[in-house]
Design a protein around this ligand. Structure first.
Ligand code: C5P
Length: 413
């Protein structure tokens, strides 16, 4: 049998083509697993759903069959037909096994190895990574028995996606809400990518537009959504990188499976990046950094006067973050969003800022939009002109170039 490492090496990271065994156990949060399954399918994975009897009382297997286009397994004797060996086939074919929601009962059974259903049998038989997203009542989650069972599973290598705090099914407020689909998908992305080409590499990505404060409530900002930076961070996680995203408040995406450092101004971003790039292999500056900031910061809200028609604000230059950061082994990648003379301006920035690569694109077509028509320019390679692509696809292509630039750097070292 292939081990988990070989299995993951045999396919690129990410959700496309991944085989995911999704165990659903019997809590009210079972209905949320339908959304999770649907999102995994849309991301290109094949999802085999296993349900406990309890789960089938909360949600019909038919829901999952319709979403996944595949049979749903409950009884451990299910699936022994058409050359398939039931739980053994499911366990062998899975790139990852995720149990969401995992009730206290299911967690106890997984910890003890006492298996009477498909989920327990697959969890025992698989060599794939096991992710557990618990959901239960507050006191059950904190009970010493549950704590010990969770610890047992963690000690054996399971990844536990902690439940959230909030309103529970009982109406009470407490710990035990199933982690959001975004959090579960973020963990899955990291697990599926763990043997990728960037495994063991540290990648820092900046995202979003900086905010330069004028007074306690106002700031100078820009239209950057941070979408490109998020896409790059996710693509790097998909290939196994240890990613830190330095993000401004406008970056709203779910940022899971990566370390998140929040900043507002260019100066804060510079400090955060200086800290983050120690021992990093790559810095991707996807953020739209304000070139200037207000010379003064009013301690109270700036008031307009009755006879005032004009307000003058003096701006001072911000540091050029990517140019100021140096590191012998650090590969720096920048962006040039221009409204004219795109390639000439981008090439000049590539040289002035000491970059290994720059992504040139039209500012108006790109900022705030879902797609982008980019050209990659390099310090030592021929340029690559891409067609109009989704930002996710541009990010994947950028990460592919990063992998090749790192390989070249390591060869030359
Ligand atoms: O000079 P310009 O702002 O067009 O350069 C864009 C590139 O430089 C982007 O990668 C951006 O993140 C980075 N930059 C920076 N610090 C600044 C301005 C831009 O790192 N103050």
């Amino acid at each position: 049998m292939r081990d988990a490492g070989e299995r993951s090496l045999a396919r690129p990271g990410g959700f496309v083509g991944a085989r995911i065994a999704l165990g659903v156990s019997g809590g009210i949060a079972a209905y949320k697993a339908a959304d999770l399954a649907s999102r995994l399918i849309r991301a290109g994975s094949t999802v085999d759903v296993m349900m406990t009897d309890g789960a089938t009382r909360f949600i019909q297997p038919l829901t999952f069959e319709a979403l996944t286009g595949r049979a749903v397994f409950s009884d451990v004797f299910d699936g022994w037909k058409d050359g398939s060996a039931g739980h053994v086939s499911l366990a062998r074919d899975a790139d990852v096994v995720v149990i969401a929601p995992a009730t206290a009962n299911t967690i106890a059974r997984l910890a003890s190895g006492y298996t009477e259903d498909m989920i327990g049998a697959v969890a025992l038989a698989t060599e794939a990574p096991l992710l557990i997203a618990p959901a239960m009542e507050h006191h059950m989650w904190h009970h010493a028995a549950t704590r010990a069972n969770v610890q047992t599973l963690v000690d054996r290598g399971a990844i536990v996606i902690p439940p959230e705090t909030g309103r529970l099914a009982s109406g009470a407020f407490g710990d035990g809400r199933l982690a959001s689909p975004d959090a579960i998908i973020g963990s899955l992305r990291a697990v599926l990518g763990q043997y990728g080409a960037l495994a063991g590499r540290r990648v820092i990505v900046s995202a979003g537009g900086t905010r330069e404060a004028l007074d306690p409530v106002r700031y100078i900002g820009n239209r950057s959504s941070g979408r490109m930076g998020i896409a790059i961070a996710e693509a790097a996680v998909e290939t196994g990188a240890d990613v830190t995203i330095v993000a401004t408040p406008g970056v709203l995406g779910p940022l899971h499976g990566m370390k998140v450092v929040r900043v507002e101004s260019a100066i804060e971003m510079q400090r955060a990046i200086e800290e983050a790039v120690r021992d990093a292999d790559v810095l991707v500056m996807a953020a739209a950094v304000s070139d200037f900031r207000s010379r003064t910061l009013a301690s109270h809200k700036i008031k307009k006067k009755a006879d005032q028609d004009l307000l003058t604000i003096q701006l001072v230059k911000n540091p050029d973050i990517v140019a100021s950061i140096t590191g012998e082994r650090l590969l720096k990648i920048g962006f040039a969003a221009e409204t004219r003379d795109l390639l000439d301006n981008a090439r000049r920035k590539l040289l002035d800022k000491g970059l290994a690569m720059i992504v040139a694109n039209d500012a108006v077509d790109t900022i705030g939009h879902e797609r982008s028509t980019a050209t990659f320019l390099f310090a030592d390679r021929d340029p690559i002109a891409l067609p109009s692509l989704s930002k996710d696809e541009v990010a994947r292509r950028l990460v592919a170039e990063v992998i090749s630039l790192i390989a070249e750097r390591d060869r030359d070292a």
